[in-house]
Every structure is written in C-alpha cells, then in structure tokens.
Design a protein around this ligand. Structure first.
Ligand code: NAI
Length: 489
C-alpha cells in the first residue's frame, strides 16, 4: 500500500462492513463507552504507546478505539492465527474518519488464517515503532507478546540466541527465528524494548499463569496487572462469554444437533462451567472430567456425571477441552471415538488436543470440509481383539480455540466487562506506576465493582443501596467495596 500508515490486513475495502459492526458493538459495550465519556477530557493515556496482542475482533476494535480516545498511540496484532475478523481489522486501520485510500486509524497486523511465521512476524511489528522507539505498554492475551520481549532480551543478554534444538516444538523454532530477525537491523532490539516498558496487562488465565511463573523465577522485567482475575472478567467472560460462543462455534462449524447427544467437557473451571451449561441448555447429556476434587464435586452438584475420559470416550458425540493443561485428549482417545464425533478446544493454546499424534496415526487422512473444519479419517484396525471399522473424527480449528476460530468469539456485552478492566488496568499502570511495584497485581476491588456498576443500567438492573446503619452493621462503606478480597463470588 502507498499509505504512510503501516499495516497488514486482508483487505481494506472490508472497512465499511467492519465499521457498521463496530457501531452496533459500541451500543452493546456500555462499559467502554462510559470510560470514553469519563476520561475523554483527561486523556490519561496521553504518551502511552501500547503494543496490543489480542484477538482482532469487532469487540477488540471498540477496545482499541477506546484506548485511542483516552490519548494512547496503539499498534495491534491478534493473539491467535485464526481469530481475526478481517472486516474489523480493516475498519481499525481505516479509522472512523479515513477511507481505504486514505487510512487514518491504527496500525494493525492481523488477518484470519496466518501461518505461524506470519503470526510471529505480526507480533514483532507491534514492537517496532516508527521513530525507532518501542512500546511503553503491552496489552496481552495469552502472553505471547510478553514472552517475545522477555525471551528476546534474555537471549540477547546471554550474548547468543540459542540454536533450535531438534526436540524443540515447531513454534519454538519460529520464536527463535523471530527474535533473530528482530536483531538484524537493531542488535540491542529486545533489551531496548524491555527497558522502555512500564508494564503489561494480561487478559487470560493461561497468560496470567505464565506471568506468575516468570515472576517466581525472578525473570519478570516489568509490573503486570492480571486482568483475568478481576471478578468482572473471569466470572463473566470465561463463563457467560463461553456459554454463548462455544455453541456458536460448534453450530457454525458443523450445524449438528446437540440435543440428545453426549458431550464431554474436560475441565470444570470458569470456562468449563460455561461450556457445560451451554451444552446442557441445548439438551445434551454432559459428562465432566476434572483433576481438582473441588471442581469435580461442583460438577456433580450441578448434576453432571463426572468421569475419566478413558472410561467415557467411546460414548462421546462431542469432546470439548477447557483445561489450560496439555495432552488432555490423546491420539488414542480420538481413535476410540464414535464415527463423526466432534472434537474441539476452547482453552487458550492448541496443546490440549494431541493433533501431532493424530497426524501420525498410520493411514490417517485429513479432508478439509471448510476452513477450520477438518475430517480425519482413521483406517479400519483391530485393537486388543476388537475390530474398529473405518471411521472419522471432526476436528474444529485444528485444535486451536474454536469459539474464535469457527465463530467470532464472545459477544460484545460480555467483552465490555473484560475490556473495561483492560482499559482501567492500562490507565492504572501507565498513570500510577508508584502503586504497582514489580510483580503481578490485580485491580483494586473498587474498580472491579465500578466495572459491574457501569453495566447495570443496560440490563435494567436496579441496585439496592445500603443505609448508613446497614453499612455500619456489615462493617463496609456505603460506597463499597462490599466484599473482602478473599470472597469468591
Ligand atoms: P480454570 O483454571 O478456572 O479452569 C481450568 C480447569 O481445568 C481447572 O478446574 C483444572 O482443575 C482443570 N484441569 C486441569 N487439567 C486438567 C486435566 N488434565 N483434565 C481435566 N481437567 C483439568 O481456567 P479457565 O479460566 O476456565 O480457563 C481455561 C482455559 O481457557 C485457559 O487456557 C484460558 O486462558 C482459556 N480461556 C479461553 C477463552 C475463550 O474465549 N476461548 C476465554 C477465557 C479463558
């Protein structure tokens, strides 16, 4: 493109379609729109240069434009190869006042269906700012952008980027190459990016887990805010968002009736709870697998059968992974499935289902039904004296998160609660660094309650107010916070 605004998206002519969707999404995102009104004049993010790595959807477009409305400069990539909505990416580049010929929005590097190499190239682009500076804030989902800077700096400081080992997984080799490529024209790239950073805000369970591990190992370079564990994030997005978008993904991918079928949900954390409820709501018989006795007992109390995958795999019509763990559904599990059973993952990374193992099954054949929907045909075989005829397994989004690969992720209203936390986390970390020493923090409960409060009106919820006497009796302030930090909701 001949424009000065750097970007790489599918097609800028999709921008008008994207803009209409963004306009409708704004109506459903009262949290973000309230923050624009509240902070628009103060410009609390003036001077912030935010590198964002988060699914480039319509809802994320509203987030990006909210950060800009608060004064930030922003560059964006998606945090998954399949999750971009190309029309949203185009609209963000064009901006509300530009045109495809004269884009005036935000540099976005994202399209649906990237290769791994392209994915990591896009992640590098959000670290390269035109004046030779880097970002001073990262807004991350899953921790890949944070990982790139930390690994890049570590290897640079060691004086050598390690060579790819034969046992390295494919993606790790690509990360090594990405770090090397970043050094080609700027030998101290990652040290400089790290030195310029003020902080990271992290969206999801898996990314937060990585941050705590980094900090425990003494390797965390900048303060971080764990957005996931705001109550108004994990107890809303992970549960009610998934309750909507899991079934949306299955339906758009396969259009198979869920009612009357057997669905196995692996993991009964926040995401698993949303999955199980959605599938039961469609009339499926839901079986839950868990490793944590508390979550297993919760599932039982909700009326779900709790079983081991090994024991129930042959009954399943659907298997959904929601654990954030690895190797949950093995190739052997998939060999034991019924003909045309559907397998998908809704956890963050693609290591919950052993796709590499499935590809190695002798004689297996992969047929693309449509993008992000593949039929894997397994040859007839005899195992322990039992005959297994030829049959096939339907795998969604190649084992990557199916609600964003096969559908468009969570709906706007629930993302408004998540992203209001993201915006407040950016404002806090950028504007009040003295309150956030090196470590992983959650937002103060007043802000969590405020995020909920600004969403009540849109759903017609009238909040009861404590009297002074009642507040004194409970030992809380009339204005909150209403619960101690250890309260679990
Ligand atoms: P969580 O920690 O609340 O739940 C995970 C559950 O899986 C836990 O209860 C754990 O005991 C269980 N588990 C772990 N290993 C297991 C195994 N081998 N077999 C059976 N159960 C196992 O985490 P949360 O918030 O539910 O997130 C789960 C994953 O989903 C994470 O990777 C997170 O990043 C991702 N996520 C995806 C979203 C999406 O839109 N697709 C939205 C939010 C989170």
């Amino acid at each position: 493109s001949d424009t000065a605004l750097p970007h790489k998206v599918r097609d800028l002519s999709l921008a008008e379609q994207g803009r209409h969707q963004i306009r409708l999404a704004e109506h459903e995102m009262p949290g973000l729109m309230t923050l624009r009104e509240r902070f628009g004049d103060q410009q609390p993010l003036a001077g912030a240069r935010i590198a964002g790595s988060l699914h480039m959807t319509v809802q994320t477009a509203v987030l990006i434009e909210t950060l800009v409305a608060l004064g930030a400069q922003v560059r964006w990539a998606s945090c998954n190869i399949f999750s971009t909505q190309d029309e949203a990416a185009a609209a963000v580049v064009v901006g509300p006042h530009g045109s495809p010929q004269d884009p005036r929005g935000v540099p976005v590097f994202a399209w649906k269906g990237e290769t791994l190499e392209e994915y990591w190239w896009c992640t590098t682009q959000i670290m390269l700012w035109p004046d030779g500076q880097g970002p001073n804030m990262i807004l991350d989902d899953g921790g890949d952008a944070t990982l790139l800077v930390h690994k890049g700096r570590e290897w640079e400081q060691l004086g050598a980027v390690p060579g790819a080992q034969p046992e390295d997984p494919e993606e790790w080799k690509v990360i090594l190459e990405t770090v090397r490529a970043g050094l080609a024209d700027h030998p101290t790239r990652w040290t400089d990016v790290a030195a310029g950073l003020r902080g990271v805000t992290e969206e999801t369970t898996t990314g937060v887990h990585r941050l705590y591990q980094l900090h425990e190992a003494g390797q965390l370079l900048v303060p971080a805010i764990n957005v996931n564990d705001s109550v108004t994030k994990s107890k809303f997005d992970n549960v009610y968002g998934v309750r909507h978008s899991l079934v949306d993904g299955i339906n758009r991918a396969t259009d198979v009736l869920i009612g009357g079928k057997v669905a196995v949900v692996c993991g009964f954390g926040d995401v698993g709870k949303g999955c199980a409820e959605a599938l039961r709501g469609q009339g499926a018989r839901v079986i839950v697998t868990e490793i944590d006795p508390i979550c297993a007992l919760q599932a039982a109390m909700e009326g779900y059968q709790v079983a081991r995958l090994d024991d129930v795999i042959g009954q399943a019509d659907f298997v959904v992974t929601a654990t954030g763990c690895k190797d949950v559904v093995t190739a052997e599990h998939m060999r034991r499935l019924k003909d045309k059973a559907i397998v998908g993952n809704i956890g963050h990374f693609d290591n919950e289902i052993d796709m590499a193992g499935l590809a190695r099954v002798p004689g297996v054949q992969r047929t693309e039904i449509k993008p992000q929907v593949h039929e894997w045909t397994l040859p007839a075989e005899t195992v322990d004296g039992a005959d297994r005829p030829q049959r096939s397994v339907i795998v969604l989004s190649e084992g990557r998160l199916l609600n964003l690969g096969n559908a468009t992720g969570h709906p706007s209203f629930v993302m408004s609660t998540s992203f209001a936390n993201q915006v407040l986390a950016q404002v806090e970390l950028f504007g009040s660094p003295e309150d956030y020493p090196l470590g992983v923090h959650t937002l103060p409960k007043e802000l969590d309650e405020e995020v909920a409060r600004i969403h009540l009106g849109s759903v017609g919820a009238d909040l009861t107010e404590l009297s002074k006497e009642q507040a004194a009796y409970l030992g809380v302030d009339v204005a909150g916070p209403y619960k101690p930090d250890h309260y679990r909701y």
